[in-house]
Structures are given as structure tokens and as C-alpha cells.
Design a protein around this ligand. Structure first.
Ligand code: MOS
Length: 734
């Protein structure tokens, strides 16, 4: 049955992508296309006293300048701007709505011109007077001004007392700075308005239907009058979960001018969109002298905007991952004059587990235990929060296989005890954990008599390989060669899907395909039975499968070709079915993916230059649908983990309330020279409880714990513990 599922299949969209045939939001054309550019605020807080576009309007080729004073109508209530992924609490940002400034880089005017260059130039001529108010953008300066958001997990036992009584204690504060999304594809929208006022919007997004419903709400339009298309996405990883302001502005422009408008935000403007919130993580762990945990306390302080409460689960992983008698958590927010933070690959876990896994390493040092041995001593086979089993948890296998591949047993325990020439060598490890989520989604399959199937749903493929795994699963379910399957995605008119995120797409869409394919199979059997003297006349739907273009009765061995069934049944040439796969969690089991990461660093003793020379990441994520695209996901995540550990940091000039390094020259990310040997292992993790196909999803697990493994390796190499990321060479020297 499974010819394709589980194999290292190359991307079915790979050819289109590398040849440039794949079209992105800013590449769609329309007759009379106009180009827009955004003017952004230079202050962080206050209001616009006066905005003067007269000079910009004088430039030849400028068509219009829209501001809050003259824009077309849009919804007034902030609730109208609430998309599916918006924080529960708060009033979402309304772009160009009024003169109030709530963050630096806020869009305040839209210049539309015949050419992009003209729009860009004219945008520099828009004159703005502000009434400025004092702002604050510094988490450290305001860390006492917190408010509490709902803590994701409840406490168990009396952690405070257990901590006080513990034989060995480790307490420390860790810090993760703001990190900004820097996907290759810039945020862009091409908004095309037809003569009846209907809109076709090509947008960079992780959720076409989320954007579609949002636009309908903001512009009070009927669902049928707005279509959002996003067939390819050049990286998103959370930045495209919520509709971004460029989609609103492009539509405003198209409605004002009654012609198509394209808006591409600049790289710099991207820094006023989503980011990983800077977070202070306070960890306290109490243990017995032989490494049993008495208590874990994890308190996070993260930033949010003045208008929304964004928070994720940073702390709950701590009392789940290891067996600990007691646990307590708190998650607090600080309001700053910045845009609302956003999801970014493994939101919450990437930051929270970084702190936990560094703290565990420090505890191991305090206990004089090998860090892997400590993890094994407090290994938990049950979910600690609810005292329930996991659907599967092959974390032990991750530890064993990764340690073996890495050569961990050859580690000499003392810091600074391993070196190679002028470089100190350090080996560190960490654990990763993420959720195995599933969402309701629908799939439509159209099977034609010539043996071709089209499989469609409104999910996006943000580069993770969704097109490919859908084709693989459908090919197997329908008994067709992979090349005979076409996948359609990223169009709001396709069957319903949520945003692509949370690593839930593979499991969700695969089961929707299975369910829909079963309907197709049932219909084929019904038709095949109508053939005169049909060999399948007695076959039951349950014993029938599709293989090699045939309907096969697995019990009798009898078969009828799909083409014969269709013709014999006189249905003509196509069968179309659409079903929705819903998912119910009985909460009888915990659903998680796990990983073990081992890292080697080499640190130049004189200069402090750090190189991450080897990483082994072993992942337990149920059935891997495509070992090639999955490996790419984990490798990409590990590279991001290297960036988190060593490079990424958004820097704000707190006097101006403005980001200083809003470009990829000064916002550092790993380049090829920073990435060496990355070994990805998928451990065998059969799981028929999580879902029938045993799929857990792998988009996010790869980053969780990676920065901690590197930080721990740096400690091992140098004897210096740096707890605030990124670990730059100046911090090693102090
Ligand atoms: Mo992911 S942060 O849900 O794209």
C-alpha cells in the first residue's frame, strides 16, 4: 500500500520553484497594476498632528497618497480586525485607521504610483508632524511592571517548600532577546479589484481563508466577493499566521483607485511585523543528591504591545518533560510601545525549553552528574501535568541513538578539558519537546478515468513540503503513480483548512485525504459492481483497496481497472468527493514529539570565536511521511537554533524606541560558514493512538532545545556560563 509514504521523495513543487515558474504574491500581474509604498512612523508613541502629502503628490506618476484622513471606509470596531490567530485579549491593530501612533515603524501613509521606484521616492517626501509622548521599549527597565496572563499549566504540590528543602538547588535567570522573522520572501500583496468590486488578493500568508475572512470583516464584503490566493510562500514560520498590514493597505489602495495595486514591504519594514518576544526565564530546580527532582519552578516575563496580550506556553514544558514531585509556573507580560509579538517556530517552547535545558545542564554540574545521565534519571513515561500516558514517547531512543552517533561516551566531563590546537572543544546536549496537534480540515479529490487525481484543500505550503506529502499520501491511497497526482493549495475557494502552523498540517491533511479517498473508493466499487459479470460483485468496501490503477479485492484477489469501473458504471469520466476530517481529543493521552540534540562547539581561546562544528538531532515524531523533506525541516530548525544561540538579536535604541538593526546585514543570522555538520536521525516511533497513520508533525520540534545544547557545549568548552542569548564573543571574554 505505502509505495510513496515514508520515502525520501523530492519535492513535487521543486521544479516549479527552482525554475521560477512558481509564482509568489508580488509576481502576479494585472492590467493597469499600480505600485504602492508605505510611509512609517519615526516615533514610537503619540499621534500625528499633521500629515502633508502635497510634495509627494506633485511627483509625476504618483496616483494618490492615502492616510487616515482620506482613506476609503473600513470597519471601525477593533473586533472586526480579529483574525483566527489573534490573541484572545486585546484590540488588534487597525492599519491607517487613525492618527494614533502605537509603535515605531507603524504604517501612516500609502503612496501609490505608476512605478514602484516613483512610489518609493514619493514616500520620502511625505511630511509628518507628530505630537510625541514618552515611550518605553526596554523590557529590562520595566520588568517590575508586569501583569499576569493565564498560566498554561497548573501547579502541582508545594514547589516552594520542596525547593527550600531540596538537597541540591539550581536557580538562575535566562534571557532570550527579541528575534525577528526574516523570511526570504518579503511580505507582499497584489490586490486586484474587478469591475463589480470583487477582489482577488494574492497575498503572502500561511492561511488564505484566515485572510479572506479578515478582509471581509474589515471591508464589510461578502465572502464570495473576496478570494485570497497564495500558492507558494517563501518562508513564513509564524510570521504569516496573522494577516499583516500590507494586505489591508493594498486592498485600501485597490478600492480607492479602482485599479490593481501591489504592495511589497521592504526588509526594514518587516521589523514592524512579528517577532519572537524577548523573554526573561527564571528557573529554579531542586533535586536529591542522586538526581531525582523535588521541584521545578519556571517563571517567564515576556513582552507584549500596548494593545494586545500575546503569550505562549513557555513554562509548562518544564514540569512535563521530567519527573518532578512538584512544579509551579507563572507567565507575566510587560507592555511596551512595540507591535504585538508573533508566533515564531515553536513559539514558547523555543524560549522556555532553552532556559529549562540550560538549567538542567547547570544542575547536572552541581550534582557532578553527566547531563545525559541526569535526564535519564528523571525520565518520565507519563505526562506530569495530567498523569496520563503518552500516545508514544521514544525519547529514550532519541538519547541513545543521538549519543551513539555523536560519540558522547568519549566526552571528558570537566570544562576546558577538551581542546584541539588553539580551540577549546565543548560537547553539550539538550532535550526538545513539542506538541503533536491536529486540526479539522477538508479535502476534495477529483479522480478521472485516465488515472489522474487532483487533491485540493486551502492549506498553504510554507516551504515545509505539504504539496509533496499530500501527493504521496494521495498516490498511495488512490493506487496511482505519484506523477498522476496534482495537488492544489493556497486558494481560499478550496475546501476549508485552518492556517498552516503548529506542525499540525501533515497529520490533519493526511487524514482528510484518507477519508476522502475512502469515499472515492466506495464510489468506484459501486460502479465496478455494475459492470456485466463484475468480478467485484460480492466485494465489500472494507476489503477493497486501490493499487496500480485498479480496484482490488484483497480477499478474493479479483480486480477491475479504475477506467473500466468508470465506463462500466457509465459515470463518465470523473468522480469528485469532498470530506472534512474532524479530530477529537479524548484527553486520555498526551500528544507530543520529542528530540535529543547533541552539539559540538569549538571556541578560539584567544578570540572567543565560536563555531558549531557538529550537531546530531534525533527526533521522535511518529511516522515520517517523507524522510527527505522532513530532514530538511529539522536541518533548517537546527540552523535556526544556531542563529538563536549565537547570532540573532533585535536591538532597540530605547531613546528613539526604534529598532537599530532592521536589516539582514546587522541582524545576524547563520550563513553557510556558520553551519557545519548536521546529522538528523528519525527514531522509530510507531503510534496507532495519536491517529490512524501515526503522524505527529515535524516542523517545529527541530529548533526546541538546539540553542541550549549549543550553550551547554560552550560552557563545557570554556567553563563560562552565558545565560543571555545570543552568546557573542564579548560575553565569553568578560
Ligand atoms: Mo508556526 S510558528 O505555527 O508557523
Amino acid at each position: 500500500m505505502a509505495l510513496y509514504t515514508g520515502t525520501p521523495t523530492s519535492r513535487v513543487d521543486g521544479h516549479a520553484k527552482v525554475t521560477g515558474a512558481a509564482k509568489y504574491a508580488a509576481e502576479f500581474k494585472a492590467p493597469g497594476l499600480a505600485y504602492a509604498a508605505v510611509v512609517t512612523s519615526t516615533i514610537a508613541k503619540g499621534r500625528i498632528a499633521r500629515i502633508d502629502a502635497s510634495e509627494a503628490l506633485k511627483v509625476k506618476g504618483v496616483l494618490d497618497v492615502l492616510t487616515h484622513d482620506n482613506r476609503p471606509a473600513m470597519a471601525a470596531r477593533s473586533a472586526a480586525y480579529k483574525d483566527f490567530v489573534a490573541p484572545e485579549k486585546g484590540a488588534p491593530f487597525r492599519p491607517l485607521y487613525d492618527g494614533k501612533i502605537v509603535f515605531s515603524g507603524q504604517p501612516i501613509a500609502l503612496v501609490i504610483a505608476e512605478e514602484w521606484e516613483i512610489a518609493q521616492f514619493a514616500a520620502t517626501l511625505v511630511h509628518v508632524d507628530y505630537e510625541e509622548k514618552p515611550h518605553s521599549t526596554d523590557l529590562h527597565a520595566r520588568r517590575e511592571k508586569t501583569f499576569v496572563v493565564k498560566t498554561p499549566e497548573k501547579a502541582r504540590g508545594n514547589a516552594k517548600r520542596a525547593l527550600a528543602a531540596a538537597a541540591v538547588r539550581h536557580e538562575a535567570e535566562y534571557f532570550i532577546p527579541i528575534e525577528h522573522h526574516n523570511p526570504m520572501e518579503l511580505f507582499a500583496t497584489t490586490a486586484v479589484r474587478d469591475a463589480d468590486g470583487k477582489l482577488t488578493v494574492y497575498d503572502k500568508t500561511q492561511g488564505v481563508q484566515n485572510v479572506q475572512r479578515y478582509l471581509c470583516s474589515v471591508f464589510k464584503m461578502k465572502p464570495d466577493d473576496v478570494r485570497v490566493i497564495s500558492p507558494y510562500v517563501g518562508g513564513a514560520f509564524g510570521s504569516g499566521l496573522r494577516p499583516q498590514y500590507q494586505v489591508v493597505l493594498a486592498v485600501l489602495g485597490a478600492r480607492a483607485l479602482r485599479r490593481p495595486v501591489r504592495l511589497v514591504l521592504t526588509r526594514q519594514q518587516l521589523y514592524a511585523l512579528g517577532y519572537r518576544p524577548a523573554t526573561i526565564e527564571q528557573l529554579a530546580i531542586g533535586a536529591t543528591t542522586d538526581g531525582a527532582l523535588d521541584a521545578i519552578s519556571h517563571e517567564a516575563i515576556a513582552i507584549t504591545s500596548q494593545y494586545e496580550d500575546f503569550s505562549r506556553n513557555d513554562t509548562g514544558w518544564s514540569g512535563q518533560l521530567y519527573k518532578s514531585r512538584t512544579a509551579k509556573y507563572s507567565h507575566k507580560l510587560v507592555r511596551l510601545d512595540l507591535p504585538t509579538a508573533s508566533d515564531m517556530r515553536a513559539p514558547g517552547a523555543a524560549t522556555g525549553v532553552y532556559a529549562l535545558e540550560c538549567a538542567m545542564d547547570e544542575l547536572a554540574v552541581a550534582l557532578n552528574l553527566d547531563p545525559l545521565e541526569l535526564r535519564l534519571r528523571c525520565y518520565s513515561d507519563r505526562d506530569q501535568h495530567n498523569d496520563i500516558p503518552y500516545t508514544s514517547k521514544k525519547l529514550r531512543d532519541c538519547y541513545r541513538e543521538a549519543a551513539q552517533a555523536f560519540g558522547w561516551s568519549k566526552r571528558s566531563a570537566a570544562p576546558r578539558s577538551m581542546r584541539d590546537g588553539s580551540e577549546l572543544v565543548g560537547w553539550g546536549m539538550a532535550t526538545g519537546i513539542w506538541e503533536a496537534l491536529q486540526m479539522e480540515s477538508a479535502v476534495r479529490i477529483v479522480l478521472t478515468a485516465n488515472g489522474h487525481a487532483e487533491v485540493a484543500c486551502a492549506f498553504s505550503d510554507i516551504g515545509t513540503g505539504t504539496y509533496t506529502i499530500m501527493a504521496q499520501v494521495a498516490a498511495d491511497q488512490l493506487g496511482l503513480p505519484l506523477d498522476n497526482v496534482t495537488v492544489k493549495l493556497g486558494d481560499s475557494t478550496l475546501p476549508d483548512a485552518p492556517v498552516e502552523g503548529g506542525s499540525w498540517t501533515a497529520a490533519s491533511v493526511s487524514h482528510a485525504i484518507v477519508k476522502t479517498a475512502a469515499e472515492v473508493r466506495k464510489e468506484l466499487l459501486r460502479l465496478a459492481k455494475k459492470i456485466p459479470n463484475s468480478p467485484l460483485v460480492k466485494s465489500k468496501p472494507k476489503s477493497v483497496s486501490l493499487a496500480d490503477g485498479k480496484i482490488v479485492d484483497e480477499e478474493s484477489g479479483h480486480a477491475v481497472s479504475v477506467a473500466d469501473a468508470m465506463r462500466g458504471g457509465k459515470v463518465v469520466d470523473r468522480i469528485e468527493r469532498e470530506t472534512t476530517h474532524t479530530f477529537k481529543d479524548s484527553n486520555s493521552h498526551a500528544r507530543n514529539t520529542h528530540s535529543a540534540i547533541f552539539a559540538e562547539v569549538r571556541v578560539d581561546e584567544a578570540l572567543g570565536v565560536i563555531r558549531v562544528t557538529r550537531v546530531v538531532s534525533a527526533v521522535a515524531a511518529g511516522r515520517i511521511l517523507n524522510t527527505k523533506t522532513a530532514r530538511s525541516q529539522i536541518m533548517g530548525s537546527v540552523v535556526w537554533g544556531i542563529g538563536m544561540a549565537l547570532h540573532e538579536e533585535t536591538m532597540i535604541d530605547h531613546n528613539l524606541g526604534r529598532i537599530m538593526n532592521a536589516n539582514i546585514a546587522e541582524y545576524h543570522v547563520p550563513v553557510n560558514a556558520d553551519v557545519h555538520d548536521i546529522d538528523v536521525i528519525f527514531v522509530d516511533e510507531p503510534d496507532d493512538i495519536v491517529n490512524p497513520l501515526g503522524i505527529k508533525g515535524i516542523g517545529e520540534i527541530g529548533i526546541v532545545g538546539t540553542a541550549a545544547a549549543i550553550a551547554n557545549a560552550i560552557y563545557h568548552a570554556t567553563g563560562t556560563r552565558v545565560r543571555d542569548l545570543p552568546i557573542t564573543l564579548d560575553k565569553l571574554q568578560r
